[in-house]
Design a protein around this ligand. Structure first.
Ligand code: C2E
Length: 287
């Protein structure tokens, strides 16, 4: 009997491996179709100035309207997009769509100063990136300074001569560079200056537990002090509670973002929000 159980266990194991493989294949096929049909949409989350409560930027965040599953967030499909290379056509759709929308906001007189787009390390290292950005800017007739790219910390730490020239071409175009999730990996302060970074986003883990027992206070204080010394602005993302807001204002973060103020919004809602132009209630009584 034990033998049978063993055989069954093995059968179940291989079934689950097949199931996983089928699921992956299914998702990969749907993702390919999604690119062809452009089933993607950008949501936008506002980023506020800590001192005035004004919207200083919006971050574009990718969503996929999967025909059967419904609205999907990037964590569920970006790893596969990266693995299959589909991240490149997806990235182009994101870039074009964000530039078009920013142009519309400009024409309506409600554009935020900056629109932030995420790039993965793989996208950042693609040789065509600078040309694609320049083309999208030209097509929408957008000032380059309105775009800022959020790069993972690894783009700083794993850099080589090719990355140096890419940073240079982005800066030459006039594009802003932000380092995402700072303080989560092997952060390098000296590279921040060398790469002429404009913005630094503190890791959400640090923001979540700003007064944690593991010395988070000191880490955040150090990040803000060095960033300000280098004239780099600091964003505190992922603020969900009034306590976190109080801490981040106390640490002198320049920009604030999080569910406490607004979740990522579909374009129409973001447009209405920009048109209203009033600070969110959580900030209004502090300024
Ligand atoms: P990220 O760059 O760290 O973006 C912030 C994530 O935190 C977003 O998740 C956002 O919805 C979420 N968030 C914002 N405020 C709060 C808050 O107060 N609390 C909590 N718990 N979460 C908050 P989302 O939209 O699911 O995106 C996840 C990640 O996917 C992003 O992380 C980014 O790395 C990546 N991503 C999103 N859009 C793109 C894109 O167009 N291209 C690339 N390459 N990556 C993207």
């Amino acid at each position: 009997q034990a033998k049978n159980q063993g055989r069954n266990a093995c059968r179940f194991h291989s079934e689950s491996v097949y199931a996983q493989a089928f699921e992956r294949l299914g998702l990969e096929n749907s993702l390919r179709l999604a690119v062809e049909r452009n089933e993607f949409e950008l949501y936008y989350q506002p980023v506020f100035a800590a001192d005035t409560g004004r919207v200083m930027a919006v971050e574009a965040l990718l969503r996929w309207h999967h025909p059967e599953i419904g609205l999907m967030t990037p964590d569920h499909f970006l790893p596969l997009a990266e693995e299959t290379g589909l991240i490149f056509p997806i990235g182009r759709l994101v870039l074009e769509s964000a530039c078009r929308q920013t142009r519309l906001w400009l024409d309506q007189g409600i554009a935020p100063p900056r629109v932030c787009l995420n790039l993965s390390a793989r996208q950042f290292h693609a040789s065509t990136l600078a040309d694609e950005i320049a083309a999208a800017l030209a097509e929408s007739n957008l000032p380059a300074a309105m775009l800022e790219f959020d790069l993972p910390e690894s783009c700083l730490t794993e850099k080589g001569p090719k990355t140096d020239s890419l940073f240079t071409s982005l800066k030459t175009l006039g594009i802003g560079i932000a380092i995402d999730d700072f303080g989560s990996g092997h952060s390098s302060f000296s590279l921040l200056r060398q790469m002429r970074t404009d913005t630094l986003k503190i890791s959400q883990d640090l923001v979540r537990d700003p007064a944690g027992s593991s010395g988070n206070t000191e880490v955040i204080q150090a990040i803000v002090a060095v960033a300000h010394g280098l004239h780099i602005r600091v964003v505190a993302p992922g603020i969900e509670t009034v306590e976190q807001l109080t801490s981040m204002i106390g640490y002198e973060c320049d920009l604030l973002q999080g569910f406490l103020f607004s979740p990522p919004l579909p374009t129409e809602e973001m447009t209405a929000f920009l048109r209203q132009g009033i600070p969110p209630p959580a900030l209004a009584n502090r300024i």
